[in-house]
Write a protein that binds this ligand. Structure first.
Ligand SMILES: [Zn+2]
Length: 385
């Protein structure tokens, strides 16, 4: 016979109404907005208390506000986060945690959404005077006939990753006749986006305009390589067109032939390319691990960005007692960082409570198309909440 244990912890007081259309969603308007509504029994979490909103009538439970909402199995998120950011592939993770590959992908999606929310929330503490390096990381999705370009923005000195956007490109370069033939055979099954790199770079600029706009005394300095698309994109963007004496934007272009040393102004971009190549199983060279789905791959990337920014030590050669992260060096104070870093492993982030950019929203909702895949990616209904 199953025995259930009631968790009457601190979460007995619901923080807000989960209905995004309710007046108590962003901030409860009156203290007595909810009422108790019994409990339901679960194998994983025991007896779960339920509530009802007095205004909209929405019924919910303590689980509604937890990262494991609708989950049927508990996985240790900090351990999962570390292993997935240390180049462990999906199957190896499934073996380690004694679960299915589907469960691993499900937890990756949950954690990826948490990391997007954490990044958006903590940006209010961020220093607004550092130069930003932007460059494209090349890999592929599905097969080598669908190369991609992941454009990343990263601060020049503190190496804090700001944003990542994705573009699928048409395969080019040297190919055998057979390879050219196969590329033509696959072409009718996928529509390549026109000016994908320009759009991808514009998404990054949109994010900078929101999160790192130029301010008086601290112009925005963007460092890129010499790709023509970057110049064209910047010239059409409000960061360039609407600048005045107090809101200046500078663009520094670095030759790809310049030595890739620490003194290269684009060092931060070269550094994050190297880290992604060695730390994410999907981007290792000559491996059976590669992206089968663009949206799932983006969620894995966001898990890694969260790990890199908020958990990874800034420099391994610093004294061993120095556990400071890239986020702290980029200006985020230690106390809120530690608090929200822990909350991200427990409390569920609601899409409706964050003001995300277009590309972050697409990543959250898994709307980025995968070559040769028909139909949308599966997304649980609560991810829209
Ligand atoms: Zn309500």
């Amino acid at each position: 016979m199953k025995r259930y244990k009631i968790d009457w912890g601190q979460e007995l007081v619901p923080p807000f109404c989960p209905n995004k259309h309710c007046i108590h969603h962003l901030e409860p308007r009156i203290p007595g907005w909810w009422t108790r509504a019994g409990y339901h029994c679960t194998d994983t979490f025991g007896k779960v208390p339920r509530f009802r909103c007095r205004t909209c009538g929405k019924s919910f439970s303590t689980q509604t506000f937890r990262i494991n909402y609708w989950a049927k199995r508990l996985i240790d998120y900090p351990e999962f986060h570390q292993l997935s950011s240390d180049s462990m592939g999906v199957r190896a993770l499934a073996r380690h945690f004694h679960c299915s590959t589907g469960a691993i992908q499900n937890r990756t999606d949950r954690l990826g959404r948490q990391m997007i929310a954490l990044q958006t929330y903590l940006h209010q503490h961020f220093h607004s005077h550092e130069d930003v390096c932007i460059d494209g990381f090349q890999s592929f999705d599905v097969s080598q006939y669908f190369p991609n370009n992941i454009t990343l923005s990263i601060t020049r000195n503190t190496r804090f990753v700001h944003e990542a956007t994705h573009a699928t490109l048409r395969r080019s370069g040297t190919m055998t006749d057979k390879q050219k033939e196969k590329r033509e055979d696959l072409a009718p099954f996928f529509t390549f986006e026109k000016d994908a790199i320009k759009r991808s770079f514009t998404d990054i600029l949109d994010h900078l305009a929101m999160q790192r706009p130029p301010v008086a005394g601290h112009p925005l300095v963007i460092i890129t390589d010499e790709k023509l698309e970057y110049v064209q994109s910047l010239k059409g963007h409000s960061l360039f067109k609407d600048q005045d004496q107090e809101h200046l934007t500078f663009h520094q272009r670095i030759s790809s032939r310049a030595e890739r040393t620490y003194h290269n102004p684009l060092f931060a971009s070269n550094y994050i390319d190297r880290e992604l190549r060695k730390d994410l199983a999907t981007h290792r060279r000559e491996t059976t691990c590669h992206r089968r789905s663009v949206s799932k791959g983006i969620m894995r990337l966001w898990c890694y960005i969260g790990w890199h920014n908020y958990h990874k030590r800034f420099r391994i050669n610093n004294p061993s007692m120095d556990l400071s992260t890239h986020a702290e060096h980029a200006g985020i104070p230690k106390l809120p960082l530690e608090w929200y870093r822990d909350v991200a492993y427990g409390g569920r982030a609601f899409l409706s409570r964050f003001d995300l950019t277009v590309c972050d929203t697409e990543a959250w909702l898994k709307q980025i198309p995968t070559p040769l895949k028909t139909g949308p990616e599966y997304l649980p209904r609560f991810a829209w909440g």
